[in-house]
Design a protein around this ligand. Structure first.
Ligand code: HEC
Ligand code: HEC
Length: 233
């Protein structure tokens, strides 16, 4: 199961000489925690957001260039899909023009740690464990979206997703996806299938929500397809 997941996750990146034995040794928990850090690292480690903008964020996007709590998040520069300027953030209010991280999939985690300590300036903000988890997410945890999202919609099987939802999610989110009350209804979020899939796979920063990382990515796609059928308000 585990090996099959990883093969699926990485299939799109045509990795040469990448042994499945190495994959088996990577902890899904580390990858999921890295995914949560990619989402909002300061929430995961329980510190205040930076108050000075990240120097790598381009001034051309005035809105987010003026918002350090946003522009220090990996997702703000590289996108929920990890494809940067070649993905969902190619245009629109979040466009940063920055390249994606997909080129680092299957690479050397130590090199990613080095990069994050260097020009990315995370050395004094994140611990060795945080940086390792992030690198594991970047190297082993990226999703091949081509199979899971087409025309901004999940390609999953909603009926199968319902079975999973009604066992794994309903206790916290309610039958109609309107719980907890301080959150937008789940049915209103699926116009961004990349973000929802990211949260289903990796969990929600700072919340007791499970990460389905160890389960086939197809199940996440099925869930997102089912969420799209729930009431949007
Ligand atoms: C303020 C914007 C910004 C933030 C925040 C940011 N990055 Fe980057 N990142 C960049 C830029 C700019 C590059 C260099 C792109 C280039 O070489 O053209 C880059 C490059 C990378 C690369 C190398 C991609 C490649 O194929 O060469 C990786 C991996 C990466 N970032 C991961 C991360 C991770 C993980 C985080 C969060 C901990 C993060 N980045 C946060 C701007 C950002
Ligand atoms: C133990 C409780 C719990 C379970 C089980 C759970 N979640 Fe969550 N989930 C939460 C909490 C708490 C939040 C954050 C709520 C907030 O931000 O106010 C959250 C947030 C989310 C978000 C992000 C919403 C946003 O605002 O971006 C999505 C998507 C989501 N959950 C989907 C799911 C799905 C799908 C499942 C089942 C696989 C699931 N959750 C299972 C507790 C749970």
């Amino acid at each position: 199961m585990r090996l099959r997941n990883m093969g699926f996750a990485l299939a799109g990146f045509a990795l040469v000489g990448f042994s499945t034995a190495a994959l088996a040794e990577v902890s899904q928990g580390s990858i999921a925690r890295g995914g949560k850090l990619y989402d909002k690292w300061y929430k995961v480690i329980g510190v205040e957001a930076p108050t000075v903008s990240h120097p790598l964020y381009p001034a051309t996007n005035e809105k987010y260039a003026a918002d350090p709590a946003a522009n220090w998040r990996c997702k703000e520069c590289h996108g929920w899909d990890g494809l940067g300027a070649a993905g969902a953030y190619a245009t629109g209010s979040h466009a940063s023009g920055i390249k994606g991280i997909e080129g680092a999939a299957g690479g050397d985690p130590a090199k990613v740690v080095e990069l994050l300590r260097g020009g990315h300036l995370f050395g004094d903000k994140l611990s060795d464990q945080d940086l390792t988890d992030l690198a594991n997410f970047v190297v082993y945890g990226q999703v091949d979206w081509s199979a899971l999202v087409v025309d901004k919609k999940s390609t999953g099987d909603a009926a199968n997703g319902q079975q999973v939802y009604e066992t794994a999610c309903v206790g916290c989110h309610g039958t109609d996806g309107k719980l907890p009350k301080d959150m937008p209804p789940l049915g209103s979020l699926t116009s961004n299938p990349w973000e929802v899939t990211h949260k289903v796979l990796n969990g929600q920063p700072g919340e007791a929500m499970p990460a389905l990382r160890a389960i086939d990515h197809q199940v996440s796609a099925d869930l997102v397809a089912y969420l799209a059928t729930l009431p949007a308000q």
